[in-house]
Ligand binder design. Sequence first.
Ligand code: HEC
Length: 268
Amino acid sequence: MSRLIRFLFALIVYLISIPAGAATLSVNIQNFLFSPAILTINLGDSVKWLNKDGTTHSITQDNNLWTHDASPGSSFTRQFNTEGSYSYHCRFHPSMTGKIIVRTPEQTRINIGQNIVTVAPKVLPIKLNLTGKNANTVYLGSYIVNAQSGCANCHSCPTYAVGHNPYKKGEVKQFNARTYLAGGVSVKGVVSANLTPDTTGKPAGLTLAQFKTLLRTGHDPDAPGQFLPVMPWPFFGMMSDHDLDAIYSYLSSIPKAVTPTKACVLGQ
Ligand code: HEC
């Protein structure tokens, strides 16, 4: 019995801790209203309409892209894979109207990048310094660094907060915020660099131009003529200028941290 309770508890913790990625958002149909009447979602999210009235309503897109009659107590779920604005109404009660706004791919990336550092329970509990920066560019950088590139895998020692390693059964994922991206991970015998801002605010002490050259060519400005042997620059160097700008902007906004003296080893 206690094992069942522990399992249910772990399941609930897991379900409320899903931070970003695709979600299903609810619209209640109650008292002859769609609530919320206007809902903004990410590309790929689903919307679930739940009819709480005692009468049948429909969810009918204004141009008839879709329509569904929902009997009392029933629900209807639809996934949105195309950006845009979708107005709908109830065909039985035309005064009932609603709208789903689906973010563009770029807006979706920005939104998820922002959620990673702002929405509780935070996957990455750090405070970003947005002073003098374009917040959307910083949040896009958060998405690229955290959700796409796995920079923390090699640049945070340890990658996950103690007790929050998702590879360990029952632990809920949370990144190590204290020394986030401060380096000190030994990868194939090479220790990764501290990417946090230096005293002048430059991430890893690099200007934007140096940062881009390093990711595009693998040349370390401190050691001319040498390639970074481990860093996956041949991959990251293919990113658009726009995306590298976003990474740089994000790295400029994360908290300063000192590299842990005792190195971690990748994968341990
Ligand atoms: C596979 C592990 C790995 C991943 C993933 C990784 N790095 Fe690195 N990175 C390293 C290592 C190790 C070094 C030290 C130099 C070397 O040997 O390549 C390094 C060096 C760097 C440097 C040079 C710092 C300096 O001043 O010399 C920068 C900048 C950097 N990484 C940025 C990033 C960013 C940004 C990401 C994510 C987009 C990332 N790294 C992902 C392993 C990694």
